[in-house]
Design a protein around this ligand. Structure first.
Ligand SMILES: Nc1ncnc2c1ncn2[C@@H]1O[C@H](COP(=O)(O)OP(=O)(O)O)[C@@H](O)[C@H]1O
Ligand SMILES: [Mg+2]
Length: 270
């Protein structure tokens, strides 16, 4: 079977304390999973420190595994040459936790979209302004915004939810195959979270994108994902179809996580 992404026995050990430091932290231990060619949303769920962001960083090629292999479209993630590396980075796009960190507060947000569109124009010559605006507008449309709404705006003039959607629009411009979204709604107002999570569902069906949705929010993970991986202390505690994992969690940790989410939801409602 050809896979979009394949992680095979991936382990990441961080060494802390410089040259003489003996402290080793096993952040990720023997993790294997794959995404097929068919678009899907895979959630990676687990408490803080369970290794979720480390997995994201390795998939994005930002850090290399200590052991094991990661492949994207059949090629090792970590050994791309320069131009291949650029093509890879277009195909696998990150969505960050805090959209305010993705934007310079002094720079109008539409500039980011225009620059991304311009950098991508294949021929060396500068594309026309109108064409760049069209690309930006089309990307914004996919996230439920228009260029009219964000034009000339600074990051602080948008809500966290809007800014996260602009960040996602920008990530769409290079026409990626995979989004790696690391806690993308944890900084967004609770009332706007579902809108972003629903957006992922639309991007999957409309653009054929696969999405790795990293969260500690079991409720949104259950709602949106096809498959779920539950991480515990760097290891996969349980994985499978979202329905099966959460309707009938096998691992005691998955059950505890489910109960915690249900009671938190209940407390929030009462
Ligand atoms: N750059 C780093 N150097 C040393 N330890 C790290 C580094 N990044 C993460 N860790 C440690 O690795 C473990 C997993 O962290 P992380 O992948 O960020 O988990 P999560 O995203 O699930 O909260 C934690 O114990 C964390 O302290
Ligand atoms: Mg994290």
């Amino acid at each position: 079977m050809s896979a979009l992404l394949n992680l095979s026995h991936v382990t990441k050990i961080y060494r802390q304390g410089g040259m003489l430091g003996r402290r080793r932290i096993t952040a990720v231990k023997d993790v294997s999973f794959a995404l097929g060619e068919e678009p899907e949303i895979l959630s990676i769920v687990g408490e803080s420190g369970s290794g979720k962001s480390t997995i994201a960083a390795m998939i994005l090629g930002q850090t290399a595994p200590t052991q094991g292999e990661l492949e994207f479209c059949g090629r090792a993630v970590s050994i791309h040459g320069r131009s291949e590396r650029r093509a890879f980075m277009n195909k696998v796009q990150p969505v960050l936790q805090n959209p305010f960190e993705a934007f310079n507060p002094m720079k109008r947000v539409d500039r980011y979209l225009f620059e991304t569109a311009r950098n991508l124009s294949a021929s060396g010559k500068q594309p026309e302004r109108r064409q760049v605006e069209r690309v930006a507008d089309a990307a914004l449309m996919h996230v439920g915004l228009t260029l009219e709404e964000v034009k000339g705006r600074f990051p602080h003039e948008l809500s966290g939810g809007q800014l996260q959607r602009v960040a996602i629009a920008r990530a769409l411009i290079p026409q990626p195959r995979l989004l790696v979204a690391d806690e993308p709604v944890s900084m967004v107002d609770a009332s706007l979270r579902m809108a972003i999570v629903n957006l992922f569902g639309r991007l999957k069906s409309e653009l054929g994108l696969s999405i790795i949705y990293i969260t500690h929010d079991l409720a949104t993970a259950y709602y949106i994902s096809d498959r779920i991986i539950i991480m515990r202390k760097g290891e996969i505690a349980e994985q499978g179809e979202a329905r099966k994992v959460l309707d009938n969690p096998q691992h005691p940790y998955s059950r505890a996580l489910k109960d915690a989410v249900l009671s938190a939801d209940f407390a929030a409602m009462s």
